[in-house]
Design a binder for this molecule. Sequence first.
Ligand SMILES: C[S@@+](CC[C@H](N)C(=O)[O-])C[C@H]1O[C@@H](n2cnc3c(N)ncnc32)[C@H](O)[C@@H]1O
Length: 238
Amino acid sequence: MAEVNLLRHCPKTKRKLARPRSQNKANVQAAAKFEREYFDGRREEGYGGYKYDGRWVPVARDIINHFNLKPGNKILDIGCAKGFLVNDLMSVCPGLEVFGLDISRYATAHAEPEARNRIVVGTADNLPFADESFDAVISINTLHNLEGDRLKFALREIERLAPGCGYVQVDAYRTKAEREVFLGWVLTAVTFLMPNEWTDLFAEVGYTGDYNWTILDADSNWTDFNHTNRPTANKEVG
Ligand SMILES: C[S@@+](CC[C@H](N)C(=O)[O-])C[C@H]1O[C@@H](n2cnc3c(N)ncnc32)[C@H](O)[C@@H]1O
């Protein structure tokens, strides 16, 4: 189990929001459905257009190298959305058996054509696959959308499918200021913890794979949600 940043070659986008959006209940409710509003609706409700821009190609390379994956090996992406990474894993390593799973019918219906028949609709805490059936299981910015026992089940599911060969990236904060950014900005995450709290949880459930954190930039000028300074963030949604 190690902290490793498999998204280090993913370009960071700095997009400004008009105002912290999760104070608006309607935004949160729209996002929580993980339907069109979340992916391709207004920015206040989610991504504001979840489009392929090539950013996953270097990430796919790093994942393949990290797990030493070869043609014939199997990898699962949990929370794969429209299958951008599924697609790029297949194109970077032809012959790699790549699968995706996502709770969103909208995202899977609008998935990349090459990835569509590799993706199933389902939930991270109940994976329809046999024990030890994958060489690697990854889940990027997805598991923090679960809480309590469901989150624990989801981590155990990754361990069940690929013991010691998981990678999870989840929302985290290190300072009060970073937590404030989350509270004002994040729409769907229901569990966001400090890194040591996440690693304690991993140990508790027996998750032995790798991990990394998504941490939103705290703007030092932005302490009051009602004033007009604007937060910036290095991640689209969560
Ligand atoms: C922030 S997006 C991340 C998508 C993609 N992994 C990425 O990094 O671009 C979170 C994804 O998790 C999916 N999701 C949310 N809850 C889920 C669950 N319980 N099981 C599986 N997927 C879930 C959403 O539909 C969405 O596609």
